[in-house]
Write a protein that binds this ligand. Structure first.
Ligand code: ADE
Length: 256
């Protein structure tokens, strides 16, 4: 099958109905840029009750997802040549924009959603990567999985109406995006900055670049910390390489 395949192992396939109402993501599905294959963990449950969880060895509260059904579900998926398996867990590496960019080069992303109190430790060996969407705990991995599907899909060529809008946006260059305005010129006594209606494109470009630095310093100083160090330049060039396919015109990409 062409397009990027998302294969999701979940106890709650209905949670993914949201994807059918998510604008560009829905369009990507309709245009076969992505395929979403849901694997209902319950179908791989054990015994006549299709049991997927059990009490933890050693005691303690809550239930733990059994390894058997998850392994069976994972084994049942046809793997493509460029396939990765990621496990959604608050113990994983915290998700960054550069991860979305990295995964656009795959043809299959298998996502395992955890549930309840957790999953049997032996499930970890199925995963190439363990990913957290932030330092907080949700009831399961479905919302994190939808986050990943959304973040990767909108980067795929042909998904966005105007792919150039990806270039300046927050986090692509480890700087936050500049402020945007549209009509009306004055709204509740708040006026659009004069520079944006000056028609001077060179000055506008400079103003936007300055705003990106100002905003990042003010709101997310942590992103800019390495700006003079090799770390920043290394990370910056990684993402620009991966985004080159969006460049159709010269001087579109910010020249840091
Ligand atoms: N499952 C529960 N909380 C999570 C988180 N923050 N990230 C990924 N998976 C999770």
């Amino acid at each position: 099958m062409s397009g990027l395949n998302f294969d999701v192992i979940t106890l709650f396939p209905k949670a993914f109905e949201l994807i059918n109402n998510l604008g560009v993501i829905t369009r990507a599905l309709d245009n076969n840029l992505i395929n979403l294959n849901l694997h209902d963990l319950r179908e791989f449950g054990e015994g006549c009750y299709r049991q997927v969880d059990d009490k933890p060895y050693g005691g303690g509260s809550g239930m733990v997802l059994k390894p058997g059904p998850i392994f069976e579900a994972h084994d049942s998926i046809n793997k493509t040549s460029k396939s990765k398996t990621i496990l959604m867990t608050p113990q994983g590496k915290v998700l960054k924009q550069k991860d979305f960019i990295r995964w656009t080069s795959l043809d299959q992303l298998i996502i395992i959603c955890g549930q309840y109190e957790g999953f049997d430790e032996r499930v970890r060996c199925l995963a190439d990567e363990e990913i957290s969407i932030g330092d907080y705990v949700l009831s399961g991995g479905e919302i994190p999985a939808i986050t990943i599907i959304n973040g990767v899909t909108r980067l795929l060529p042909g998904t966005l109406g105007d792919p150039k809008s990806l270039l300046d946006e927050s986090h692509n260059n480890f700087l936050l995006e500049y402020p945007h305005y549209t009509r009306p010129l004055i709204f509740r006594e708040m006026k659009v900055p004069d520079i944006l209606i000056s028609g001077n494109h060179k000055e506008i470009k400079l103003w936007r670049k300055t705003k990106m630095y100002e905003r990042t310093l003010l709101k997310r100083n942590d992103l800019i910390k390495g700006v003079n160090g090799s770390d920043f330049h290394q990370r910056n060039s990684d993402s620009s390489d991966n985004l080159k396919f969006y460049l159709q015109e010269e001087n579109v990409y910010p020249d840091w």
